[in-house]
Write a protein that binds this ligand. Structure first.
Ligand code: SAM
Length: 234
C-alpha cells in the first residue's frame, strides 16, 4: 500500500522539449497546475527543439531511410537539445520519451516519477524519432494509451498533471491523493460521490451519506471501490 507521498525538495522540475511550446500556455497558468507553479512547488521549463535545428531554415525532421510515409525527428537536434537541457540544472534528471510504443503510463508510474525530482520529457511529432535517439540517450519510453496522437505535448501534460497532483501541497489538502482512484496497489476506482441538491429529477442522495455516521460512511464507500473498466474488446 502506498501512503502519503514522501515530501520532495520543492520545486519539482519538469523540462519539456517540444516543437510547440505555446501549446502549454493555458495548461501551465490555470487551476491546480497554475497554482503549483505560482507557489513554487513545481517548475516547468519549455525548450523549443528548433533551437537545435540542423540548418538556418530551422530543419529538425527528414524523410525515413528505406521509404515510408511522413517525416522523422532527426537525432542531432534531439541529442544536442537534451545535452543542453541536462547542463542547465545540477540534477541531470530522468529522461522520458513520449511514444505509443512505450510502457503504459499509470498512477504507480506517476508515483515513481515523483521520486525523480526532475523529469525531462521528449515530445515527438510527425512519425516520431530517429531510433538513434533511443540508442544514444536511452530514455525511458512511455505511452499514455493504445491510440495515436499528433504529438507528445498532450502526453507530456498528462504526466506533468498527474505527478504535480502528488507533490505535497499541490492540492491544498494533503490527504486528497489518498482518497482518489488508483491511490494504492489495489488500483481501485473511487466510490460515487454526491453534492447538493439532495433530490434531483427524482434521484436522491443515498441515505447513508446523510446519516452523520462517518465510520459507516467510510465502510460504505470502501465497499463501492472497484477495479476500473477493462478496455472494450470487439
Ligand atoms: N509513427 C508513430 C507510431 O506509429 O507509433 C506515431 C507518431 S505520433 C503521430 C507523433 C508523436 O506523438 C509521437 O512521437 C509521440 O511523441 C506522440 N504520441 C502519439 N501518441 C502517443 C501516445 N499514445 N502516448 C505517448 N505519446 C504519443
Amino acid at each position: 500500500m502506498n501512503e502519503v507521498p514522501e515530501p520532495v525538495d520543492a520545486p519539482f522540475r519538469f523540462d519539456v522539449l517540444t516543437l510547440f511550446p505555446p501549446l502549454f500556455e493555458g495548461f501551465l497558468t490555470e487551476s491546480i497546475i497554475g497554482r503549483a507553479v505560482r507557489n513554487g512547488l513545481v517548475e516547468v521549463k519549455l525548450w523549443d527543439l528548433r533551437q537545435w535545428a540542423v540548418n538556418r531554415f530551422g530543419q529538425v525532421d527528414d524523410r525515413p531511410f528505406g521509404g515510408g510515409p511522413g517525416m522523422l525527428l532527426m537525432a542531432p537536434p534531439v541529442v544536442e537539445g537534451v545535452n543542453a537541457i541536462r547542463d542547465d540544472f545540477a540534477d541531470p534528471g530522468h529522461l522520458v520519451m513520449l511514444t505509443p510504443s512505450g510502457r503504459r503510463f499509470d498512477q504507480s508510474k506517476a508515483r515513481e516519477f515523483l521520486t525523480r525530482k526532475r523529469l525531462i520529457l521528449l515530445c515527438g511529432r510527425y512519425e516520431g524519432f530517429d531510433h538513434r535517439v533511443n540508442e544514444i540517450l536511452g530514455p525511458e519510453t512511455v505511452s499514455i494509451g493504445d491510440y495515436v496522437l499528433s504529438g507528445g505535448e498532450v502526453p507530456a501534460m498528462v504526466i506533468i498533471d498527474s505527478v504535480t497532483r502528488l507533490v505535497p501541497g499541490a492540492l491544498g489538502d494533503e490527504t486528497s491523493p489518498l482518497d482518489e482512484s488508483f491511490h494504492d496497489d489495489r488500483r481501485l476506482v473511487e466510490y460515487p460521490q454526491y453534492t447538493r441538491p439532495r433530490e434531483y429529477l427524482g434521484h436522491s442522495v443515498p441515505e447513508i451519506l446523510l446519516s452523520g455516521d462517518h465510520a459507516k460512511i467510510a465502510r460504505w464507500r470502501e465497499s463501492l471501490r472497484r477495479p476500473s473498466e477493462p478496455p472494450q474488446t470487439q
